[in-house]
Design a protein around this ligand. Structure first.
Ligand SMILES: [Zn+2]
Length: 80
């Protein structure tokens, strides 16, 4: 098992091209989706450290959560 936190390059190898960012302010909960390309992240960036680069556009909160959007995520969300 690889215990190191995944890098952007690692996620890209699994087909991840986008990430979701959402605000931890419970009164706000603003959410946005970004592509790695538009963010200009480097392949050797540790994914979880990317959250330090965000600030909520809606309320200015710096405490945000991020999550990779896996390629099989959309099919799983499809309505039956
Ligand atoms: Zn917010």
């Amino acid at each position: 098992m690889d215990k190191d936190p995944p890098t952007v390059e690692h996620l890209r190898r699994h087909g991840v091209t986008h990430m979701t960012v959402w605000c931890h302010n419970f009164d706000c909960r603003h959410q946005a989706t970004f592509s790695f390309d538009e963010l200009g992240v480097a392949d050797d960036d540790i994914f979880i450290t990317l959250k330090n680069r965000f600030r909520c556009q809606n309320c200015g909160e710096k405490d945000v959560a991020i999550q990779p959007i896996w390629p099989d995520w959309k099919p799983n969300m499809k309505k039956e």
